[in-house]
Unconditional design. Structure first.
Length: 460
């Protein structure tokens, strides 16, 4: 699907409290009539959860659920011994990839600081079935989500501006009865989903004989591969001066010398490995292209890399004329590996370009082409496993969002020196499991489409 194009009068920007000027919002205005209905701020008092980390959960275990983002199973981060909220609420994810997902909560519970909360105001005159609202809101909140520095957000003041349709309580109740069995089926399917990185880590752990929970011991960091792991705890450790020699640039950072990193480095030292530089036929940096709304050649940018597939649904494009002027080495070829080399959370995303489509990569990415003696999909899976991505987390440079990975570091990364036959065996096993997961996701998508159809019919 190509990027949508439309024109808008500048005066329209002043019609909205926050002077929204992003494309997503105005597509929603035109296609979903977001300006119709009652503002949520007229009906709800909004709040937010508090900062509660994993260490706190472990030290204060109890019976009350702690909800976070949908990164965790059913949104539950853990159970603690006190509660902040009681009764019927809407909650939504305020930050990250799941920003804007809305849920119905009832009972005594808690929320982390990535959750907004909404409770019906006293004296509210509108009849509301709170179970109905998430079904409707989840069809439109994506249009209100804003993105800054790569981090999607839906904050309270914006949530309060979202409008809901004037649907009778009788109709709301009827819709809930129709949708609840579909939701139960979705929940059953969702419980079968295993994150791709867990599958990859499990296979590599068995094949190379290490603890598959090592990724949690290593913990969450700044790079893409670490995001499924648990938050790191503050630890004090000692190191010997001779250990600084393990870095070819005498790295002094705790990222390089902490105990889980040492354990992983020792493990790699104990198996037969080969440097990336020795299996690379060539590498290229992407380019800074001249985007054109009439272009036809897609540009793979950071946002298009999903660390599991390349998303071509919304890509910026360049013209065929500009594409033909490029050096052939800068044009993507089938089985090229694209590695993101910059940005908090984005750094370390790695995907295989397995298409014959003409395309290029943006300047934030490296394009790697392997020699015939190494399987590109095995290479990709390896750097999504803890054995690969810990090296990325260990060696990036910079701070805050301005973190980078340079070819000098990448070329010295180590990968297993095993036969193509064994590489293919590992690839086949992982791919079989990932394909099963994709079938489950497609079933979930089909069921969610049924919900959208029911909502559309009710409010049209």
């Amino acid at each position: 699907m190509s990027l949508k194009q439309f024109t808008i009068d500048f005066r329209e920007l002043t019609n909205y409290k926050f002077i929204r000027n992003d494309v997503r919002f105005f597509i929603g205005q035109k296609e979903r009539h977001l300006n119709q209905g009652i503002r949520l701020g007229k009906i709800f008092e909004t709040g937010r959860g508090r900062v509660i980390n994993q260490e706190y959960v472990q030290e204060n275990q109890g019976e009350y659920p702690l909800y976070s983002s949908q990164t965790y199973s059913n949104g539950i981060f853990g159970y603690i011994d006190t509660y902040d909220f009681e009764g019927e609420y809407l909650t939504w994810t305020t930050d990250g990839i799941n920003a804007g997902r809305v849920f119905y909560r009832n009972g005594k519970f808690n929320c982390t600081n990535v959750c907004g909360t909404a409770k019906i105001k006293q004296g509210n005159q509108f009849e509301i079935n709170l179970k109905f609202l998430p079904y409707f809101l989840n069809t439109i909140t994506k249009y209100y989500v804003s993105v800054a520095s790569g981090n999607p957000k839906l904050m309270n003041n914006v949530f309060e501006e979202v409008k809901i349709p004037l649907v009778s309580k009788f109709t709301q109740d009827k819709i809930v009865v129709q949708i609840e069995p579909i939701e139960r089926k979705i929940k059953e399917l969702t419980n079968q989903i295993i994150p791709a990185q867990e599958i990859i880590n499990k296979v590599f752990a068995r094949e190379f004989d290490f603890d598959e929970n090592l990724y949690n011991e290593f913990g969450k960091g700044m790079t893409a591969g670490t995001q499924i792991a648990e938050d790191r705890k503050l630890k004090i450790f000692e190191t010997e001066f001779k250990d600084f020699l393990r870095s070819n640039i005498l790295r002094f950072s705790t990222r390089f010398h902490n105990l889980p990193t040492k354990k992983l480095m020792d493990f790699l030292d104990g198996i037969e490995t080969i440097k990336v530089n020795d299996i690379i036929k060539s590498y290229e940096k992407g380019i800074q292209p001249k985007y054109n709304p009439d272009g036809v050649i897609p540009v793979v940018k950071i946002t298009n890399l999903k660390n599991s597939y390349i998303d071509f649904s919304e890509t910026e494009k360049i013209t065929k004329v500009d594409f033909d002027k490029l050096d052939n080495k800068k044009k993507l070829k089938e089985n090229d590996i694209i590695l993101c080399a910059t940005g908090k959370i984005s750094l370390g995303k790695i995907d295989l370009f397995d298409s014959e489509t003409e395309a290029i990569a943006s300047v934030d990415n490296y394009i790697l082409r392997l020699k015939e003696n190494y399987n590109p999909l095995f290479f990709t899976y390896f750097f999504r496993s803890i054995l690969g991505y810990f090296q990325i987390e260990r060696d990036y440079t910079g701070a805050t969002n301005q973190i980078h990975l340079y070819w000098e570091q990448i070329s010295n990364f180590e990968t297993p020196n095993i036969s193509l036959l064994k590489q293919q065996k590992i690839v086949d096993e992982i791919k079989t499991e990932l394909d099963k997961q994709e079938k489950i996701r497609q079933k979930i998508k089909t069921e969610r489409n049924k919900i959208d159809e029911i909502i559309e019919k009710a409010i049209s």
